[in-house]
Design a binder for this molecule. Structure first.
Ligand SMILES: [Zn+2]
Length: 213
């Protein structure tokens, strides 16, 4: 797997600090787990955070402050962990997501279906698995909001390049894309999306003209 599209560095830095909301932490985390380059970047930030604490002049602080910071850095969204469901061993659920409760597949447009991922309910963005048919061509559409997309299987292309397994696409209202799904097979993506009707990026272009989520 050759990864050529990575999350922006500020997003990775916030991920390392555990500052992202749950859906974003999930999508970035699955990318980082499969990407040696971003793993190194995140580890470097964690080391810097530790070094910065060591440099702090001795002032009164809680004796467990350092542990608390470290645990925040390494904190996983534990509240989101639900008992694994039998259905989560489906082919389209990657191992990294099997601890999450994942809803049934729902058809949202011709050639397009999604499975919602149950999160703790904190945060604005929702997460889901999106499957689109080979060769689908999207209608252009303008939206506001942000969308984080990680390709798990298959591929899509737009003006920003070709996105295959492991690639990360960041969409916001400044990006104007018209994605086309590759012909080699269905494209399965893990998506974190903000907003209900005002969508953007790959998914917004895909379903905005057709349906409301
Ligand atoms: Zn990466």
């Amino acid at each position: 797997m050759t990864i050529s599209h990575h999350p922006p560095e500020d997003l990775l830095a916030d991920f390392a600090a555990g500052k992202l909301e749950e859906a974003h932490q999930l999508v970035v985390g699955v990318h980082v787990a499969g990407c040696p380059r971003c793993t190194r970047f995140v580890q470097a930030i964690e080391q810097l955070a530790g070094a910065a604490l060591e440099d702090v002049a001795p002032v009164p602080m809680a004796t467990d402050a350092f542990d608390r910071v470290l645990s925040r850095i390494h904190e996983a969204p534990k509240e989101a962990v639900a008992p694994a469901l039998a259905s989560n061993t489906d082919d389209d659920v990657p191992p990294a997501l099997r601890k999450y409760r994942i809803g049934k597949r729902r058809r949202v447009a011709p050639g397009l279906s999604l499975r919602p991922i149950e999160l703790s309910g904190q945060g604005q963005a929702r997460a889901f698995l999106l499957r689109s048919a080979p060769g689908s061509r999207m209608l252009e559409h303008t939206h506001t909001g942000t969308e984080l997309t990680l390709v798990l299987e298959g591929s899509f292309s737009h003006e920003g390049g070709h996105f295959g397994p492991g690639d990360f696409d960041y969409g916001d209202d400044e990006v104007e894309h018209r994605p086309i799904v590759g012909n080699e097979g269905p494209c399965l993506c893990l998506v974190a999306m903000t907003g209900d009707l005002r969508m953007n990026g790959f998914l917004g272009r895909l379903i905005g003209p057709f349906v409301r989520l």
